[in-house]
Design a protein around this ligand. Structure first.
Ligand code: HEC
Length: 150
């Protein structure tokens, strides 16, 4: 397992603009890391959704959450080293690795849409914020449909 983890293609990993080298002592750590990150993503998406559903959405609060998402997103995709789909808890499909380019496209798309969400909410543009939020949620779902087991 350790050998597999070291064999993560450097080029692919580096192209995700990662903040630090994704090195995990054990595959379980990679799983825990990405599950933690995705939990944060869902929490902050939920808070934004709550604002956008309210009568008077607070766009400053949306922007605060979007800024967190903007950082957190970039972490999750550093946490899929080869071999870490073999864990009992993992719902990652083997396609994460066999269709790595497509997986990365979703990751990149998410970064673009969250960037738009952040800009729109910072700028106080409610319509653009709603649109970018819908787009972001769609990417989460599309990637899960293709790359996550039920
Ligand atoms: C590039 C693909 C991709 C994108 C984009 C993506 N996810 Fe995920 N997500 C996954 C995969 C794969 C798993 C399963 C990981 C595992 O179980 O090993 C997962 C798991 C999760 C989980 C379950 C974590 C757990 O406890 O096991 C949550 C919650 C989640 N994602 C939320 C989100 C949210 C919210 C977004 C959008 C802001 C998002 N994801 C975007 C691929 C993606």
């Amino acid at each position: 397992m350790k050998r597999l983890l070291r064999a993560v293609p450097i080029a692919a990993a580096a192209s995700l603009a990662m903040p630090a080298h994704a090195q995990f002592a054990k595959p379980e750590d990679a799983y825990k890391y990405r599950a933690s990150v995705m939990f944060l993503q869902s929490q902050h998406m939920g808070r934004i959704n709550g604002q956008l559903k309210s009568d008077k959405p607070d766009l400053a609060l949306v922007a605060e959450n979007a800024a967190i998402l903007d950082v957190v997103n970039k972490l999750s995709f550093t946490a899929f080293p080869e071999g870490s789909d073999m864990l009992a808890n993992s719902r990652a499909k083997p396609e994460v690795w066999s269709q790595a380019a497509k997986f990365k496209q979703y990751a990149d798309r998410l970064n673009v849409d969250v960037g738009r969400l952040l800009a729109a909410s910072k700028g106080g543009d409610l319509a653009a914020t709603r649109e970018a939020f819908q787009a972001t949620a769609k990417v989460c779902k599309a990637c899960h449909d293709d790359f996550r087991r039920d």
